[in-house]
Ligand binder design. Structure first.
Ligand code: B12
Ligand code: SF4
Length: 320
């Protein structure tokens, strides 16, 4: 990153991240920043510097400050101090930092972890997507954060030490189902005759995807070899665990192994949901049960309230 003829941008801060394999590249990037925009405060974050801050500050004199641990709130405090001219005077008052003071390395008290996971909203739109390629596959890649931390404490792993407490984001914040609903609405407007067939095909393909990618092959094998009466409860128990995939903002309740209800009251839908969505649910279950429980299973909606159709009951029956 060379700025011929000087840098027009003149930022107040230059920051980068680093995992261990990229630490020297990150140190070099901040060294270049020191040459080209010397007035900018140079900040390093990420897992490597969090644990190895003393070593990094010793080997990379161009780095002014390290943000240790979860960065969102610490960064705001640090950048506000810089903006208000309180940096470096206030350095010791900001939690979660490490920096040099003369010959010494100072690490301030660890910051609290972020409790309100809904407050963490990535701005995917600022990314230059062309740069995010997963090299082995040559495909574009994005990794949404579903949770922070881990409930376990494996001795070889840094993750539980880095994120500290285990916090899960609300699935609705992660997978915005509005897009899926829009697609169903668009289909029912544009393809009023064909939307059911499309939803059924999509449901069958969704089930095929779940079987291929979401259920371990050994479990698929086991379900296929168990008698239907035993396979159905096992499958339904597994589906219940991942029910938000099906119900989105609604509530999914199994009715033993051969039926379920979906209740959308909590979703507070303003516009009635398109019928094709309910065909899609049924099609997913028909295919899952046919492939994993018994070839003659069919899932049908059996109880359909009018209006916003908040509660729907489905039954999976054998034979025709
Ligand atoms: C998804 C992921 C991948 C994806 C990345 C896809 C992508 N382009 O996003 C893939 C599969 C490609 C991948 C590959 C590798 N990964 Co990886 N990966 C992860 C994983 C699971 C999530 C990363 C993530 O998005 N975290 C969420 C973000 C928000 O966290 P974060 O980056 O740490 O940032 C936070 C703070 O650190 C801080 N912060 C970070 N940077 C900065 C900068 C500034 C200026 C500030 C203020 C704050 C700040 O604020 C952020 C928000 O709180 C992590 C484990 C984890 N849960 O973090 C491992 C992890 C990062 N990976 C790891 C490793 C080792 C690798 C590989 C080297 C594996 C290999 N041998 O090939 C490769 C390297 C690829 C590469 N060239 O970079 C290790 C790194 C360990 C270490 N000591 O460095 C981790 C920690 C897993 C582990 N415990 O072993 N990985
Ligand atoms: S290896 Fe790390 S992330 Fe995985 S279960 Fe153990 S502590 Fe959790």
């Amino acid at each position: 990153m060379i700025w011929p003829g000087g840098c027009a941008l003149q930022p107040d801060v230059v920051g980068t991240t680093a995992i261990t394999p990229s630490i020297y590249a990150a140190e070099r990037a901040l060294e270049i920043a020191a040459l080209h925009v010397p007035r900018a405060v140079r900040v390093l974050g990420g897992i490597h510097a969090t644990f190895m801050y003393a070593q990094v500050l010793a080997e990379a004199p161009h780095i002014d400050v390290i943000v240790r641990g979860e960065g969102e709130e610490i960064a705001v405090e640090l950048f506000t101090a810089i903006e208000q001219g309180r940096w470096p005077a206030d350095a010791r008052t900001i939690k979660g930092l490490a920096f040099r003071e003369g010959e010494n390395v100072i690490a301030t008290q660890a910051a609290e972890t972020i409790k309100d996971m809904a407050a963490i909203k990535p701005h995917w739109d600022v990314l230059d997507w062309k740069q995010f390629t997963y090299i082995p596959l040559g495909t574009r890649v994005a990794i949404p954060n579903l949770a922070r931390g881990c409930p376990f404490t494996c001795s070889f792993c840094t993750q539980w030490k880095f994120w500290r407490d285990y916090r899960v984001r609300d699935p609705r914040d992660v997978v915005d189902e509005i897009q899926a609903l829009r697609l169903h609405r668009w289909l029912s407007l544009r393809e009023p005759m064909g939307c059911y067939a499309i939803a059924e095909e999509a449901g069958a393909r969704t089930a095929d995807y779940i079987i291929a990618k979401r259920i371990p092959p050994a479990v698929v094998w086991l379900l296929r070899h168990l008698p239907a009466l035993l396979a159905a409860p096992v499958l339904m128990a597994a589906i219940r665990k991942h029910a938000w995939t099906f119900a989105g903002a609604g509530v999914f309740v199994p009715r033993e192994a051969w039926g379920f209800t979906t209740d959308r009251s909590a979703a507070e839908d303003i516009i009635p949901l398109p019928d094709s969505l309910f065909h899609w649910y049924a099609a997913v279950f028909t295919r899952l049960y046919r492939r994993l429980v018994a070839g003659d299973c069919t899932c049908r909606m059996i109880d359909r309230a009018e209006g916003l159709r908040q509660q729907l009951a489905y039954q999976i029956a054998r034979g025709n």
